[in-house]
Design a binder for this molecule. Structure first.
Ligand SMILES: Nc1ncnc2c1ncn2[C@@H]1O[C@H](COP(=O)(O)OP(=O)(O)OP(=O)(O)O)[C@@H](O)[C@H]1O
Ligand SMILES: [Mg+2]
Length: 221
């Protein structure tokens, strides 16, 4: 379960360029929930995802993932938390372009200290699940946008992510690939994985369990 309690995020606090990106957000996300976050550009969606993902810390308020308060974690502790529990499917992919698909999927496992044989096994099984087995030895640069997106999901799967954070994962995909990504998320939630997905696509939001809309950093519904 993810609990977000009274979270406010102010960028550049006290300066002329101060921005109140999130304003007293309260939200509980259940285990195995597929949650859509919608809202206009600049409404705070990515900011919220970054905070849930321990990539940044709130100005005010607290965030719990399971029993762990992550809103005060920073540096190595935040990184360790991310490695252990999270899978990121972000725009820009955050894939290592110079490495093969297989190595990309193995990276979280390397960081967790999983030995080579086990790593390979889990990565190949995740790639197979995402229909990318035959692309294992390709360089990431040789893949299409939709395939890269699926590598990100395979990486989250292989790493044993309990919580997947996806920032407009279907944004640069055609409708068929976009729907496939949403179906994959749906399947994962059936196994107890929690998925939070930022989307502008109302059809994709429609397949989620619930939609939270942000407006000027506040939850409106
Ligand atoms: N690192 C930052 N420093 C300063 N201001 C920021 C920073 N990141 C975001 N902001 C501001 O915070 C507000 C919320 O931004 P955020 O990126 O969360 O919006 P978003 O809903 O994800 O928008 P989009 O749909 O365009 O991706 C915006 O006004 C943005 O300019
Ligand atoms: Mg954004």
């Amino acid at each position: 379960m993810v609990r977000i309690e009274g979270v406010t995020k102010i960028y550049n606090e006290g300066s002329a360029s101060e921005v109140r990106a999130l304003d007293d957000v309260n939200l509980t996300i259940q285990d195995g929930e597929l949650l859509a976050i919608t809202g206009e550009s600049g409404s705070g969606k990515s900011t919220l995802l970054n905070l849930i993902g321990a990539l940044d810390t709130p100005t005010k308020g607290r965030i719990f993932v399971g029993s762990e308060e992550i809103s005060r974690l920073s540096g190595e502790k935040a990184a360790a938390f991310r490695r252990k529990h999270l899978g990121f499917v972000f725009q820009g992919f955050y894939l290592e372009e110079d490495f093969s698909v297989l190595v990309n999927v193995e990276i979280p496992l390397m960081l967790q200290g999983v030995d080579k044989e086990e790593r390979r096994k889990r990565a190949m099984s995740a790639l197979e699940e995402m229909g990318l087995k035959e692309k294992a030895d390709f360089l990431v640069t040789q893949l299409s946008g939709g395939q890269k997106q699926r590598v990100c999901i395979a990486r989250a799967l292989a790493g044993g992510a309990e919580l997947i954070l996806a920032d407009e994962p279907t944004g640069n995909l055609d409708s068929e690939n976009g729907e496939a990504v949403m179906r994959t998320f749906r399947e994962l939630t059936k196994k107890g994985v929690t998925v939070v997905v930022v989307t502008h696509n109302m059809q994709h939001a429609g397949v989620c369990d619930r939609t939270v809309n942000l407006k000027d950093g506040r939850v409106t519904e």
